[in-house]
Every structure is written in structure tokens, then in C-alpha cells.
Design a protein around this ligand. Structure first.
Ligand code: FAD
Length: 445
């Protein structure tokens, strides 16, 4: 009997463990994707538009045989499976809170019709939840997690591709809806081929200097793979296999970044409520401001702190922001404006093309100090010196804040009386003290 391969966060055909598993059971596989409003509605235009592009690319790779349906997965997956008389539905595990709940429902609905459910692999090199301390507890600190992750090792890439099975003609399919308007925002090319092209370009170029350049928003030194990893256009195992045996500083540092992604997914797997709540519950007592005008200025990049404004405007222009700048703008929201981290996290999820619940919420909590392995609360970024250090010639700031284009060099980080550019909206030295007092109050003696 044929089987269904239900695609979710694995929009590729190479290195696809669930496809390999499906092919062992049947040579006739129906490729299915469910447009699910529960996921799409809160996703924000850049992520939805990028997803649509990835679905188009996948459909082309499948010779037009991707079955698209819209609705509740618990109904739609069953209907699709029954329409072709499928014996089983194969998936890659989705380990996020919504995905886990949804999959329980789908599994139950399939069981009522005697259709099997098989999960193989996930979006991670090591499926979240697999790595624990020797006593079975989850890791709370990155470095020991990282060591255990490397020790555990990861499976070799699965040898798969479009031609390992015969793709079943979809019994029906809806048209891909119109993509939301991006208002001039430019997104990367979607799909598996684009992901691999980008990766090979990086391997041939910036890998060697990655370790030195990864903190420099003015340089194009990082992989820019985050949206592809978000939708599974490439599997991290493929990337790790390409780095195998490379002990250069670039490869080492990049493996560490991939591991951060896995660590945060592991934390969210063990503590799904941390998508909304403080990981460290002492932070529930934290005093926050409620200031819509201040939040709006942060969102629009009009704080009067050039590196913060450049970051927020890069987000609006590209749906992406450099990691160092994400840390700076997040710290500014939490420690200079004293607004709650989840406000900023929600805004990021709405605007990032790579918006990923685990990476986003837990990085925000890391910056706010309420997460695992958090930055010490007394380490408060000074946005001006951060800008001078990581964008030493002011190039990044001038690229995204046109009002500052006439200010030469480093001075772009301390503009004085520039027409149309606001004065700093807060006194950082003062707000730093306020933050320290508030943090001191909840951290206790
Ligand atoms: P590279 O430097 O090339 O890194 C390679 C890959 O490693 C990335 O694609 C990503 O998958 C992973 N990675 C790197 N740094 C981190 C990190 N700190 N945490 C988790 N994974 C990491 N990343 C997201 O993918 N989605 C998010 O929603 C997201 N939100 C963030 C929010 C805040 C406040 C902060 C500080 C960081 C956030 N990050 C998020 C992590 C990081 O900023 C991005 O993954 C990175 O900037 C993507 O660019 P790149 O692919 O060029 O990264």
C-alpha cells in the first residue's frame, strides 16, 4: 500500500530520514503539506512569504506532485491518507509545543482508521530530549550540554532525493494562497537548492574567518542559513558532516552556534511553558514599565541610539538582523526601557524570516537574564560602546539609518545635532542603575 509523507519543518528531499524510512515501506509515496491557520496566523508576513516560496520549490522538485490542503491537520491528514488507501503516515518529529499537541491529535485520528504513524528524525542533529545528564536531568547550562552533544555524535546524512520513490499523483490539492505583501522587503531565495548554494558559497569563502567576523554586523561573515534551518530546507546533519574533521577556528565556532540552536530546542522540549513564561520563576516578580510610546520608538528604530536603530531598521528592511545586534536591541528593550522580554520576542516573531519559537524565546530570556545559562544580570550592554566596538567604522549604522549618512566614521555612534535624527530617548547611565536595582531586588541576597 502507498504511504503519506507529511512535510512540516523539513521542506527538502536530501538528507531526509523520514523519506528514507517511508521508502523502506512503500515505493509509492504521497507528499503532503497542510496549510494550518493555527501556525500561519501568528507567523508574520516574511515567514509566511518565505514558506510559500519553499513550498513552490518543493513542488517543483516533486514534479508538481505536492498535495496542498488547508484546514485542521487532524482532519486533513486522515482524509488525504484515506483518499489513497495509505497504510501509514511518515513524519519528521516536531518537538515544539504546538507541534507535539497537534501530532497527538493526528495520531489518535489516524489510529481510528488503522493508519500507522511513524516519526523518524527531527529538525535537529540530535532530537531534543535525547541528551540528559547522567542522572537523567536535562542540562541547564550550555557548555556541558555542548560537550555531551559532541560526545553523543550525530547520525550520518540520509542518502535520499526525489527519485528514491514514485510520488503519488495527489487526489486533489488547493492552490497556494497569495503571499502577503512585503512592502519592499527583500527575502533570501527560498528552497533546498538555494540553501545548499548559500552553504557552499559560505564554505568556499567566509568559513575561515567566521570566528573573527561573526560579531561584526558591518561584514557579511555569517552563513545566513537561519531561515533555511527554520523550515528544514537543509538539515543540520548535512552541515555538520561537511564540517567533520575540520578543527579550524571557523568550523569549531560554527559547530558551537549550531549547538546553541539544539540546546534551546532541548530546553523548550523539557519546559514547553518557557515559550511564554520565565524559565527562572524568580523573574516573575520583576517590575516592568508599560510604555506604548517607548515600545513604538524601539520597533520603528527611532531610539536615538544608532546601533539599536540600525538593527531595528534592518529587521524591517530584510526580516533578519545580525546576532550581535539582536542582543544589543534586546538588552536595550529590557534593561534601558524596562519593558518585558515577551513584548520584544513577540515583535521579533512577527518580523523575522527565521522566527523560531525555541531560538527566539530562549535567546530573549538569555538576554533578559531569566533563561538558562543566562548572561549575568549585572552585565548591561552600553549601546554606544557596543556599536563602537562591533561596527568600528560606523558602516553598518550608515547603511540602515540614512539620516546618519553624513556622519563620518565612528562618530556615527555618537551623532550630535543631526537633522531628523532623534536625541537619545533615555540616559543610559541612569537606566542602567534602575535596571540594577530592579534585578537586585528579585535576585535576593
Ligand atoms: P550564523 O552565525 O551563521 O549561525 C549558524 C546557525 O546557527 C544559525 O543559522 C542558527 O541556526 C544557529 N545559531 C546561531 N546563533 C544562535 C543562537 N544564539 N541561538 C540559536 N541558534 C543560533 N535565531 C533563529 O534562528 N530564530 C530566531 O527567532 C532567533 N531569535 C533570536 C532572538 C534574539 C534576541 C537573539 C539574541 C538571537 C536570536 N536568534 C534566532 C539567534 C541568532 O541571532 C540567529 O540564529 C542568527 O543571527 C542567524 O544568522 P546566521 O544564520 O547568519 O547565523
Amino acid at each position: 500500500a502507498p504511504v503519506v509523507l507529511w512535510f512540516r519543518r523539513d521542506l527538502r528531499l536530501g538528507d531526509h530520514a523520514a523519506l528514507l524510512e517511508a521508502s523502506k515501506h512503500s515505493k509509492h509515496v504521497l507528499a503532503l503539506y497542510v496549510l494550518d491557520d493555527a501556525l500561519l496566523k501568528p507567523s508574520g508576513a516574511p515567514r509566511v512569504a518565505f514558506l510559500h516560496g519553499c513550498l513552490k520549490a518543493l513542488d517543483e522538485q516533486l514534479g508538481g506532485r505536492l498535495m496542498l490542503v488547508k484546514g485542521d491537520p487532524a482532519e486533513e491528514v486522515v482524509k488525504a491518507a484515506r483518499a489513497i488507501g495509505a497504510a501509514a503516515v511518515h513524519v519528521s518529529s516536531d518537538t515544539g509545543p504546538y507541534g507535539r499537541r497537534r501530532d497527538q491529535e493526528v495520531k489518535k485520528a489516524l489510529a481510528e482508521h488503522d493508519i500507522a504513524w511513524t516519526e523518524t528524525g527531527s529538525s535537529y542533529a540530535i532530537t531534543p530530549g535525547r541528551i540528559t545528564k547522567p542522572d537523567g536531568d536535562p542540562y541547564r547550562v550550555f557548555t556541558p550540554f555542548y560537550r555531551a552533544w559532541v560526545r553523543h555524535g550525530w547520525p550520518r546524512p540520509a542518502d535520499t532525493g526525489a527519485s528514491i520513490v514514485d510520488w503519488v499523483e495527489p487526489p486533489r490539492s488547493v492552490k497556494l494562497p497569495k503571499s502577503p505583501s512585503l512592502k519592499g522587503m527583500e527575502l533570501p531565495e527560498p528552497g533546498e537548492k538555494a540553501a545548499l548554494d548559500r552553504w557552499h558559497e559560505f564554505l568556499d569563502g567566509d568559513l575561515e574567518t567566521y570566528d573573527e567576523d561573526r560579531d561584526r554586523p558591518d561584514r557579511p561573515g555569517t552563513t545566513r542559513l537561519s531561515p533555511y534551518l527554520r523550515w528544514g530546507c537543509v538539515h543540520p546533519r548535512t552541515l555538520l558532516a561537511d564540517l567533520a574533521g575540520n578543527e579550524g577556528s571557523g568550523a569549531k565556532s560554527l559547530r558551537g552556534e549550531f549547538a546553541w540552536r539544539e540546546f534551546h530546542a532541548d530546553v523548550l522540549w523539557h519546559r514547553p511553558e518557557t515559550a511564554r513564561k520565565n524559565y527562572d520563576s524568580r523573574f516573575d516578580a520583576m517590575e516592568h514599565e508599560s510604555d506604548d510610546e517607548a515600545f513604538k520608538r524601539w520597533c520603528e528604530g527611532r531610539t536615538g541610539f544608532p546601533i539599536v536603530d540600525a538593527g531595528m531598521r534592518q529587521l524591517l528592511a530584510e526580516g533578519w538582523m545580525h546576532n550581535r545586534v539582536r542582543m544589543i536591541v534586546a538588552s536595550f528593550l529590557v534593561k534601558d526601557l524596562h519593558l518585558p522580554w515577551w513584548l520584544g520576542a513577540r515583535y521579533f516573531m512577527n518580523h523575522l524570516v527565521d522566527g523560531d519559537l525555541a531560538s527566539n524565546q530562549l535567546n530573549w530570556q538569555w538576554v533578559a537574564g531569566s533563561g538558562t545559562d543566562a548572561a549575568p544580570y549585572f552585565r548591561i550592554f552600553n549601546p554606544t560602546t557596543q556599536g563602537e566596538k562591533f561596527d568600528p567604522s560606523g558602516e553598518y549604522v550608515r547603511r540602515y539609518v540614512p539620516e546618519l549618512r553624513s556622519v563620518q566614521g565612528k562618530a556615527a555612534h555618537k551623532p550630535q545635532g543631526v537633522k531628523d535624527y532623534p536625541a537619545p530617548m533615555v540616559d543610559h547611565a541612569h537606566e542602567r542603575q534602575v535596571a540594577l536595582e530592579r534585578y537586585g531586588a528579585i535576585k535576593g541576597p
